[in-house]
Design a protein around this ligand. Structure first.
Ligand code: ZN
Length: 603
């Protein structure tokens, strides 16, 4: 178990409340961070490690801020800037685990405050820091001076009644949430924009805050889904208390903070009040059904039924009867007349998952239902009117399917009125800690287990995993982990990744070794190391191919070969991407792109 750590990095004896004095605070030398900052003026890049950065005029940010406030209102502008900050903080937290892999916990943690200073946002002075990753305890108090946001805000608006360091609060929250593996919310209790001579921020786990933070949660999510948000506006800022309780930290249905997640929320909210057919696209496990349920819940049909059908789970011969109903005697075994899912969804929403695999007859009937609002039971002759909104989902490329003649083109166009693509989890990594926490709570209470949180190395592994099965995979892993973890203890890496073989192949990246994970992770995960076996498989494949005696059954793909070459080069270059790119005869941005597109570490 990780002991509680005081600011100076010493362990606080169990049972004693950590009590830390200011004069014991020391930042480690920032040289290691500065050395990761590279200016590459000839090709228009600034890199922090391998994140592309921008050097912007603070006054231009001030103008942007002012325009946002004036066009969107204070509240929306604040939300937008908070989430931009959250995104930056989350990326820097992933960086922290890699740039100071062997440092003591606090030295690793203060990469965040140090980068916040290096990036020119604000000077940060720690007042008190209590961290217990495994038990999920966190208390962080910091003083901010020279806040760039306050400077611009006060210049334009003067001293007012609201704290103004929105992006910076977002940064601190995003950074600490990813670092701790659970949502941590900061509030600004003093601010220069309020007339204080500096700002003071306090961070605690989102669920440890009381009522005073109710107003702050909502800035982390673009769209609140609770019903009645736009009913009578009661609060100061025109939203009801319901809207506030629907933050990503509290809403039980849809969970996330990333830009990709927010874009999906925005589209769902736009289309929900209409009667339009909606098509959810995305890899399996990304949460298409959850979004479909949410869409139903916030639509005018909320009081009607929500019927979900997974077309792939029904045998092809039965799918028509299941969807459209059947008359007695229509075929052998049809012993009684039965309404189908369309009729049961009358007045509500019918969710058709995996629509791409429907037979052509079923596709024809579905098209008729969509166009005429009429269905016919199998074996029946009477057309029945149904009032159903169809929401469909697929992980296939329907355009490609229709080009190949497997899916009716007219049905594709009819379904594709309002497509919504849900990004895979590896493209919305900021959501990982929020989701981890969500599932931990859900399954602890469902199985009556007392699990305190995740160990640091479990957090690290989950952040660097590629999640090919997306949210569903995480949900299953955490459910299993909650059952395996010791009572009153934390979920450790072995509880999450139980299938060793699979872990070997996937833990660092898509279907391959992924040596790019932090050296910290590598040190800690040596037992899970599988790159040797992949390297061997790849070289066998290459020599077999070139030697002309290739085994057709060897599953090693071109993509895996390329991935193996890339990861080997990066390993040999000791993580220096420019050097690795030279070895591969490509440019550094090309290498960074290849890493990113493989869901390998991008930093
Ligand atoms: Zn401030």
């Amino acid at each position: 178990m990780t002991p509680t750590i005081a600011v100076d990095g010493t362990a606080v004896p169990q049972g004693l409340h950590p009590n830390v004095t200011v004069d014991r605070v020391r930042y480690p030398d920032i040289a290691d961070l500065i050395s990761r900052l590279h200016f590459s003026p000839e090709d228009g890049h600034i890199w922090l490690h391998d994140q592309r950065m921008l050097l912007l005029h603070a006054s231009a940010m001030g103008v942007l801020r002012r325009e946002l406030i004036e066009s969107l209102g204070l509240d929306s502008a604040r939300g937008l800037l908070t989430r931009i900050g959250y995104n930056s903080g989350a990326h820097d937290a992933e960086l922290a685990r890699r740039v100071r892999p062997t440092a003591k916990l606090t030295d690793m943690f203060v990469v965040g405050p140090q980068l916040h200073m290096l990036e020119g946002m604000v000077a940060v002075e720690p007042v008190r820091l209590e961290m217990d990753v495994e038990r999920g305890h966190y208390y962080g108090e910091f003083l901010w001076t020279n806040s760039s946001e306050d400077e611009e805000h006060v210049r334009i608006y003067g001293i007012g009644a609201e704290a103004a360091c929105w992006m910076q609060i977002g940064y601190a929250s995003g950074y600490t949430s990813v670092f701790m593996g659970r949502p941590v919310l900061y509030r600004e209790v003093e601010c220069r924009a309020l007339g204080d001579n500096r700002c003071r921020i306090i961070g605690k786990p989102a669920d440890a805050w009381g009522e005073e933070a109710d107003d702050d949660h909502r800035f982390f999510q673009a769209q609140a889904f609770t019903q009645g948000i736009f009913g009578a506006g009661r609060s100061r800022l025109g939203e009801t208390a319901d809207a506030r309780s629907a933050s990503p930290f509290k809403d039980d249905k849809v969970v996330g903070v990333s830009a990709g997640f927010n874009a999906v929320c925005h589209m769902v909210k736009r289309v929900a009040p209409t009667q339009a057919t909606v098509l959810f696209l995305g890899e399996s496990g990304v949460g298409k059904e959850v979004f479909a349920q949410t869409l139903h819940r916030i639509s005018a049909r909320a009081n009607g039924p929500f019927i979900a059908v997974n077309c792939a789970a029904i045998p092809e011969s039965l799918v028509e009867a299941e969807l459209f109903g059947v008359e007695r005697g229509a075929y052998t075994g049809a012993n009684q007349t039965r309404p189908g899912r369309f009729e049961r969804a009358d007045g509500g929403t019918l969710f058709l998952d995996e629509i791409g695999i429907l037979s052509s007859t079923a596709q024809g009937k579905l098209l008729r239902a969509l166009q005429e609002g009429e269905i016919e039971r199998v074996g029946g002759t009477q057309a029945r009117h149904v009032d159903v909104r169809v929401v469909a989902a697929t992980n296939l490329d329907l355009r490609e399917e229709s080009r190949a003649g497997r899916f009716r083109e007219d049905l594709f166009y009819r379904l594709n009125v309002f497509p919504v693509t849900i990004p895979p989890l590896r493209e919305r990594r900021e959501d990982i800690p929020v989701l981890m926490n969500h599932f931990l709570h859900r399954f602890s209470s469902r199985h009556g287990r007392r699990v305190t949180g995740f160990t640091e190395r479990a957090i690290s592994a989950m952040l660097s995993y590629s999640w090919p099965g997306n949210i569903r995979e995480m949900q299953n892993m955490i459910e299993r982990a909650v059952i395996l973890a010791p009572e009153d203890g934390a979920v450790d890496i072995g509880h999450i990744f139980s299938n060793t073989e699979k872990t070997k192949a996937n833990i660092f990246g898509l279907g391959s070794s992924g040596m790019l994970a932090s050296s910290e992770s590598l040190d800690r995960l040596q037992t899970l190391d599988g790159e040797d076996c992949i390297r061997e498989r790849v070289s066998r494949k290459i020599s077999a191919l070139l030697g002309g005696n290739c085994d057709d059954n060897d599953p090693t793909s071109l993509d895996e070969i390329e991935t193996a070459l890339i990861t080997s080069a990066v390993t040999r270059a000791g993580g220096n991407l420019s050097a690795a790119a030279r070895m591969l005869g490509i440019t550094r941005p090309q290498l960074a792109y290849r890493l990113k597109s493989r869901g390998l570490r991008e930093q």
